[in-house]
Ligand binder design. Structure first.
Ligand code: HEM
Ligand SMILES: *[C@@H]1O[C@H](CO)[C@@H](O)[C@H](O)[C@H]1NC(C)=O
Ligand SMILES: *[C@@H]1O[C@H](CO)[C@@H](O)[C@H](O)[C@H]1NC(C)=O
Length: 334
C-alpha cells in the first residue's frame, strides 16, 4: 500500500516535470532563457532597446520590418546567436554576403546604436542576440502588431555560417514543400509557417525577388497565372523583364507600414507579392485554412504570431558558458 502510494507520488511528480520546464527554454549550455534575465544585471535594458528602436522607426518607418526580418535570418542559421551581425574578419565569412541577405538585410546600424547605448549603462552584459529578439518584438508593437514577453539570456556566437545562411533560409521561389521542410528543420510547424509569414504585412521586397513570377514562372516563358492579372500588370510596370532589379515594392500593398492581417486578405485575392506567399493558398489545404482564419480574425493572427515569434526566438540559443557577450555586435571579442 505504502509502496503503491509512493509510486503514484513519483509518477505524479514526473508528470509535472514538463510543466516546470515549459516556461523556461533549455539552451545549449545547460542554461535557460527567461524574461527576467537582465532584471538585476541591467534593469534598464528593455527600456533602452525600445527607445532606440522607436527613434529609428520614426526616422525610417521601414526599419520596423527590417529589424523583424533580421531576427528571423539570425535564428534560422545556427540558432538565435547574432551570427548574422558579424562582419568579415579573420576566419569569419560574414552571413551578410549570403543570397538572402546581400543587398537586402538591413538595420545593422540600428543594432549598433542599441548596443552602444547598452554598453554605456551595463558594459558587456546584454547579448547582441537578445538585442535582436527584443527589437523584433518592439518593431512589431510599434507597427501596430501584438506584443509578447521575450525570454532572454541568449549569448553571442563566435562564428558565422555563410553556407547555413544560403541553405537554411527559405528562398522566395522555393516550393511549398521546401519552405515547409526548412521550417520543420528548425522545429517550426505549419501553423508557425503561416503565422510568421504574416510578417510580410510590413516591409518591402526588391523586384528581383519576384520577377520570375511576372515573366517566366516555370521556365517556359509564361507568367504565374495564379497571380491576380491586374496586380501583375501593375508590378510589371516597375519590374521590367530586364533591369530594375533593386526597385522596391510593398509586400502588403494595402497597408505597408501597418502590422495587421491584410497580408492574409491579399493572399486570398491572389495578390501575394512573393511566390512563397502565394503557395500558402495554392499548394496546401492546411495552410489555406489557416490563411482564411487569419484573414477573418485579426486577434487570432496576433495571438498565434506572438506564440510563433517566441518559438522562433528559442531556436537553439547559446547559454551558460557557451558563446560570449560581444562588446561590439560586428566582431567577436578578441
Ligand atoms: C516563409 C518563408 C519566407 C520567405 C521565402 C521570405 C522571403 C522574403 C523576401 C524575398 C523578402 C524581400 C527581400 C528583398 O527583396 O530584399 C522578404 C522580406 C521580409 N521578410 Fe520574409 N520570407 C519568409 C519568411 C519570413 C519570416 C518568418 C519573417 C519574420 C518572422 C519575415 C519577415 C520579413 C520582413 C519583415 C520583410 C521586409 C523587410 C524590409 O522591408 O526590410 N519573412 N522576405
Ligand atoms: C530561384 O531563383 C534563383 C535565383 O534567382 C535561380 O537561380 C533559381 O534557378 C530559381 N529556382 C527555380 C526553381 O526557379
Ligand atoms: C525562361 O527560363 C528558361 C529556364 O530558366 C530559359 O531557358 C528561357 O530562355 C526563359 N524564357 C524567357 C522567355 O525568358
Amino acid at each position: 500500500m505504502v509502496q503503491s502510494k509512493s509510486i503514484v507520488l513519483l509518477l505524479s511528480l514526473l508528470a509535472f516535470v514538463p510543466f516546470c520546464m515549459s516556461h523556461k527554454i533549455k539552451g545549449g549550455g545547460g542554461g535557460y532563457l527567461y524574461p527576467q534575465f537582465y532584471d538585476k544585471s541591467c534593469p534598464k535594458a528593455q527600456e533602452i532597446v525600445k527607445s532606440v528602436v522607436a527613434k529609428a522607426v520614426s526616422r525610417d518607418p521601414r526599419m520596423a520590418a527590417s529589424l523583424l526580418r533580421l531576427h528571423f535570418h539570425d535564428c534560422f542559421v545556427k540558432g538565435c546567436d547574432a551570427s548574422i551581425l558579424l562582419d568579415n574578419a579573420g576566419n569569419i565569412i560574414s552571413e551578410k554576403g549570403s543570397n538572402p541577405n546581400r543587398n537586402s538585410a538591413r538595420g545593422f546600424e540600428v543594432i549598433d546604436e542599441i548596443k552602444s547605448a547598452l554598453e554605456q549603462v551595463c558594459p558587456q552584459t546584454v547579448s547582441c542576440a537578445d538585442v535582436m529578439a527584443l527589437s523584433a518584438r518592439d518593431s512589431t508593437v510599434i507597427a501596430g502588431g501584438p506584443s509578447w514577453v521575450v525570454p532572454l539570456g541568449r549569448r553571442d556566437a563566435r562564428g558565422a555560417s555563410l553556407s547555413g545562411s544560403n541553405q537554411n533560409i527559405p528562398a522566395p521561389n522555393n516550393t511549398f514543400q521546401t519552405i515547409f521542410t526548412k521550417f520543420n528543420l528548425k522545429g517550426l510547424d505549419i501553423v508557425d509557417l503561416v503565422a510568421l509569414s504574416g510578417s510580410h504585412t510590413i516591409g518591402f521586397s526588391r523586384c528581383t525577388s519576384f520577377k520570375q513570377r511576372l515573366y517566366n514562372q516555370t521556365g517556359n516563358g509564361k507568367p504565374d497565372f495564379t497571380l491576380d492579372q491586374s496586380y501583375a500588370a501593375q508590378l510589371r510596370s516597375r519590374c521590367p523583364k530586364s533591369g530594375g532589379d533593386q526597385n522596391l515594392f510593398t509586400l502588403d500593398y494595402v497597408s505597408p507600414f501597418k502590422f495587421d492581417n491584410s497580408y492574409f486578405k491579399n493572399l486570398l485575392a491572389f495578390k501575394g507579392l512573393l511566390n512563397s506567399d502565394e503557395v500558402l493558398v495554392t499548394k496546401n489545404q492546411e495552410s489555406l485554412q489557416l490563411v482564411k482564419q487569419y484573414a477573418q480574425n485579426n486577434q487570432l493572427f496576433f495571438q498565434q504570431f506572438a506564440k510563433s515569434m517566441v518559438k522562433m526566438g528559442n531556436i537553439s540559443p547559446l547559454t551558460g558558458f557557451r558563446g560570449e557577450i560581444r562588446k561590439n555586435c560586428r566582431m567577436i571579442n578578441s
